[in-house]
Design a protein around this ligand. Structure first.
Ligand SMILES: C[S@@+](CC[C@H](N)C(=O)[O-])C[C@H]1O[C@@H](n2cnc3c(N)ncnc32)[C@H](O)[C@@H]1O
Length: 206
């Protein structure tokens, strides 16, 4: 794992947090998750939102009836999220690609979400991250990932994401791809203007 890369990305989010909090919270989770909404397993059950930012999506999942944990390593984003959604979302500090804290605990999840995070990892670590997420799924659980393509701010570097290679890896691992939708325009106006496209993957552990 490239610890330097992760540290650099997280430092970028730490510096940008004051401006990002309102921007993240202004977005609509139901609009963002629409490409995979029909595949979310029926609540209740434990759900995890990895790289949760302010926990907007985690709170939305909690309101749908899941027992939700948000995973966010940047303290400023985590505390903003706790102030807004602390009553319905549990918070934890862990990081991709290894998720060593979560993998060391007994809890397994019905739903694991990673929205807009994987591109911050180099390609080999993206594979490791998917494996880590798969390990956290309970039998019958589903993982949902949004994969970002396009420019990123220089202080929060991004890497190319080869969706086809990730799908092949998931299938080799014996997981089922329930959806792969590619090339959607970003729902964030600033990102859409910059030409950012998003792919959505939903995979299941039978
Ligand atoms: C583009 S933001 C998306 C935030 C949130 N999912 C949303 O949709 O609003 C990426 C988030 O992932 C977190 N992050 C970046 N690298 C991470 C890593 N290696 N492990 C866990 N979280 C990470 C950042 O701190 C940030 O909150």
């Amino acid at each position: 794992m490239s610890c330097d890369t992760v540290a650099r990305v997280l430092a970028g989010y730490r510096s940008a947090a004051p401006g990002l909090i309102a921007r993240f919270e202004a977005l609509s989770s139901s609009q963002i998750l629409a490409p995979v909404a029909d595949l979310l397993p029926p609540p209740p059950g434990p759900a995890l939102d990895i790289g949760a930012g302010t926990g907007r999506d985690a709170a939305w999942l909690a309101r749908q009836g899941y027992r939700t944990r948000a995973v966010e390593p940047v303290e400023a984003l985590c505390s903003a999220g706790q102030a807004r959604h602390g009553e319905i979302v549990d918070w934890c500090d862990d990081r991709l690609p290894d998720l060593s804290v979560l993998r060391g605990a007994a809890q397994r999840y019905l739903l694991v979400l990673a929205n807009g995070v994987l591109h911050h990892l180099p390609p080999a670590d993206q594979i490791t991250a998917i494996d880590s997420m798969a390990c956290l799924l309970a039998p019958g659980g589903r993982a949902v990932l949004s994969l970002r393509h396009g420019p990123t701010p220089p202080d929060r570097p991004g890497f190319p994401v080869d969706t086809t290679a990730l799908v092949r890896h998931v299938e080799r691992r014996g997981l089922t791809i329930l959806r792969c939708r590619t090339g959607l325009a970003s729902v964030q106006p600033e990102n859409r203007a910059a030409g950012v496209r998003t792919d959505w993957l939903c995979l299941s552990r039978e």
